[in-house]
Design a protein around this ligand. Structure first.
Ligand code: NAD
Ligand code: TYD
Length: 350
């Protein structure tokens, strides 16, 4: 099985490559990644250096929205494409949606077109629960729910899903779509809630909580997501959408308090800041289809997964520090400048 994985230097993609090659001795992966601020070859460096993986893993730097680069890499011949490549941070999409449209929409279409021309046998689009928008209390969205995205990020992912569906209907192209809820675990870039909270708390810095902190997210440990992708890749029905989630619904405040408890840090670090515009109140997924058709079950409870995650970040403080230097620091400061007094407080601590 020879796979083209796009965006494999990011959080979920790197966990997926490690998981898949560990599980399948006959698998080989080419990781095609542009290496944006979120792409980090360090995420796979130790793994790629191991003799048993060296001949089965290769990195190619490239942009999914560049037709020539995509045609060249696809031309190597693959059994399947798994498309993780994306701009992924909602807050960044509120400041500038253009890179989101380029990578998430044009990039997906560019890949679809190259794969279609080469009659590729399988295309897995890694999508998100955010395409459904906010779920009313008591509702967990199924795959047939309407798409109602709130942020430019979510809208760009929904547009990509629609393009994938159009290729299935128009050309009979063998693609399927996976919509997962919020992931957490090792190697997540520390702009997202969980790694950001851990990183700030370890340095006794304020923990920005948007609005009243009662927004609910449906949390899944990244390895459980990777296993669902593996199942869908091998056994999923083409033309179908599968939700992946429904594991642990928590308010943001619950998540932050759990992390503080594990880190032994005081709740006084919690700092309520101005809410995110268009902030979805609640995400919740119904994954019955995935469970029934593909026999998937999560292996990690939130309590166990989050403990493991905190341990990982504690023991990878150098990785965290490198992610938080340079351009990240500039972005973070600019971003929170708009959120009032927090920046001043952070500078006071720096
Ligand atoms: P990430 O931001 O950590 O990584 C994205 C990767 O894509 C990076 O390595 C980056 O360099 C690469 N990339 C960006 N633009 C590219 C381009 N034009 N060409 C090639 N590579 C490019 O993201 P992640 O959290 O690992 O998310 C991976 C996928 O999973 C995304 O499609 C995202 O929408 C989806 N998803 C994420 C979550 C989550 O909680 N993180 C949940 C559901 C779905
Ligand atoms: P995030 O990790 O950005 O993922 P997403 O927006 O894709 O769900 O945010 C998770 C939740 O945490 C979301 O409700 C926004 C909130 N949040 C904060 O309260 N503070 C923060 O600093 C960040 C980054 C997010």
């Amino acid at each position: 099985m020879k796979l083209l994985v796009t965006g494999g230097a990011g959080f979920i993609g790197s966990n997926f490559i490690r998981y898949l090659l560990g599980e399948h001795a006959d698998a080989a992966v080419v990781n095609f990644d542009k290496l944006t601020y979120a792409g980090n070859l360090e995420n796979l460096a130790a793994f790629a250096a191991r003799p048993e993986f060296r001949s089965r893993y290769r990195f190619v730097r490239g942009d999914v929205a560049d037709p020539e680069a995509v045609a060249a890499v696809c031309g190597e011949g693959f059994d399947a494409v798994i498309n993780f490549a994306a701009e992924t941070h909602v807050d960044r999409s509120l400041e500038d949606a253009a890179p989101f449209l380029r990578t998430n929409v044009v990039g997906t279409q560019t890949l679809l077109e190259a794969a279609r021309r080469l009659s590729m046998q399988r295309f897995v689009q890694v999508s998100t629960d955010e395409v459904y928008g906010s779920a009313p209390d008591g509702v967990a969205f199924r795959e047939d729910a309407l798409l109602h995205p709130s942020s430019p990020y979510a809208a760009s992912k929904a547009a990509a899903d629609l393009l994938v569906e159009s290729y299935v209907r128009t050309y009979g192209f063998p693609a399927l779509i996976l919509r997962c809820s919020n992931n957490y675990g090792p190697y997540q870039f520390p702009e997202k809630l969980i790694p950001l909270t851990i990183a700030n708390a370890l340095e006794d810095k304020p923990l920005p909580v948007y609005g009243d902190g009662l927004n609910v997210r449906d949390w899944i440990y990244v390895e459980d997501h990777c296993r669902a992708i593996q199942r869908a890749l091998l056994q999923g029905r083409v033309g179908e959408v599968y939700n992946i989630g429904g594991v642990a619904l928590r308010t943001n405040l619950e998540v932050v308090r759990t992390l503080l408890g594990l880190l032994g840090k005081p709740e006084s670090l919690i700092t309520f800041v101005e809410d995110r515009p268009g902030h979805d109140r609640r995400y919740a997924l119904d994954s019955t289809k995935l469970r029934q058709e593909l026999g998937w079950l999560p292996c990690h409870s939130f309590e166990e997964g989050i403990e493991q995650t905190v341990r990982w970040y504690r023991s990878h403080s150098d990785w965290l520090a490198r992610c938080r230097s340079g351009a990240y620091r500039d972005y973070y400061e600019r971003h929170y400048q708009q959120r009032g007094e927090l920046l001043a407080r952070m500078r006071g601590k720096a």
